[in-house]
Design a binder for this molecule. Sequence first.
Ligand SMILES: Cc1cc2nc3c(=O)[nH]c(=O)nc-3n(C[C@H](O)[C@H](O)[C@H](O)COP(=O)(O)O)c2cc1C
Length: 585
Amino acid sequence: MRSFSTKALSAVLFIAASVKSSNTQVLSFVARSSFPTPKSSNRLTTVHPAAVAVTSETEPRPLPKIIQGGMGVRISSWQLAREVSKRDGLGVVSGTAMDVIFVRTLQDGDKGGHFRRALASFPNQVMVEKALDKYFIPDGKPADKPYRSLPLWTLEPSRQTEEAAILGNYCEVWLAKHNDDGTPTGGIVGLNLLTKVALPTIHSLYGAMLAGVDYVIMGAGIPSKIPGILDALAQGKDCTLPIEVSGATADEESHALNFSPKTFWKGSGSPHLAEEPLNRPAFLPIVSSTTLAQSLLKRSNGTGPTRGIDGFVIELHTAGGHNAPPRGWHFEAKDTEEPAYGEKDMVDVKSFAKVAKGLPFWFAGSYGKREKLREVLEGGGNGVQAGTLFALAQESGMDHTIKQNILTELVTNHELHVYTDPAASPTGFPFKVLEFEGNSVSTLSDPEVYDSRPRVCNLGYLRAPYLKPNGEVGYRCPAEPVADYVAKGGDADATVGRKCLCNALCADAGFPQVRFFTNPDTGNKDIYVEPGLITTGDDINECKSLIKQNEDGTWGYSASDAVDYLLSGLEINDGVTKNIERVGV
Ligand SMILES: Cc1cc2nc3c(=O)[nH]c(=O)nc-3n(C[C@H](O)[C@H](O)[C@H](O)COP(=O)(O)O)c2cc1C
């Protein structure tokens, strides 16, 4: 019998159970206060009828001081983004894996009817009906049955997958921008995507733009081709995202994911929708160095003096999620040492202000603290992007039981430890892992849970395209079964310690896949429920001061409490919060 360890089994059972489940002092701020007047002549102010509440460049609004970071998968939920945006922050939803979250939400019965409320406003109801017919299960699927899957992303994605990504991102942004009664909140909302998860990018952007997304924020790679794609999509034009194919030489045909709004809408029987112009969201790349910021300003494919870039998020290596590797770092397969960061990996606010070309910027990575907000504003920046602080807020999409476990650990004075894992992420970037060994929640950070997980690659967002000997493009991921990876020409050493982030992060959000597999020891068909793997920033212990006990005995704080906490750093001596409204340009 394949023996699951007690911990692994308890992870399985636990997740199975949770399935359904102003002042006297004057501060001098020199940073830009709102976006500059349009740089790109092709920016459109006319909006799609579906995009009810969008920012208009003719009426600049003050820039947010607080960005609630995009956290995938679905930790930055629409509920979280909506609360932050209602407090004049930039509420960001994560678009990563939204196609899968969309079809799984429908299969869980769409509790509260939120997605169906958003779908009712989608401009093509044929597409909506199709999705509901296929995936919606009124009472939700049984907890011990697998979710129905979607075809994996390739350079030529299936129509089903394309539509799920567009509808999923549409719903998430629409819900973040609307009150429960369907009226616009008037808040600003961003979409976060990971550059490394390249194949779903255009469809995710398009779905979000149909819902009137105000900002797009992307890191984990070099998003130099995004500004041009945003320009094209806003005008209903065809666009292309070049895709790197390992093993393809420069003289071979280049590879790309192409998307044509015209062809797409024709396929849904409403070609006129491609003619409707959309609001072009502001684009903020996430960078970890001044050099990368300068390079993006020179090489991005957008129009205007800053090539379609509207500002920056500077994220340092203490941030949750993926981190940029240290300067000069070369990961050796089987390496388990935490990457060593040094002075060269730090960026300070004043020096970044010099290279920002007057564009606004926000600092991230242990900047979710009140004194840090003040520090950035005083240094000439526009504010902070905070992740961990919001990931633990009650509105985040983190699975309730996992969140309560973390909060309980924090209030019972246990110091939590975050490890910068050099090998976990198939992307090759260091990835922050909250060590949860020995707690009531078992995650893949526990070696026993990791070792007993039957490897599988059934979501495939982190698969890298490679050229097969016959000239076709194949896809492989170092976290897939080792034999499969090696058969595809991959190096066995590269599989060591890799974790299936796709499945683990879906589990963290309360959507774990249930799998049947034949137990090699007994020959029986067993059920396996994917465990999670929690990522947070290094400073997780600092969230403790916000945690209160609720009437029902649970622990927590709201997104609004987190905003209050950050803004309290702007209170000076007399305790009155200075309203630091910077005047629009
Ligand atoms: C749970 C979690 C998931 C994250 N996922 C993403 C992501 O999908 N994309 C991204 O650009 N950043 C991601 N981040 C980084 C945050 O957006 C933010 O920049 C970072 O958390 C800021 O540092 P802090 O955690 O110290 O506040 C994630 C962070 C956390 C805590």
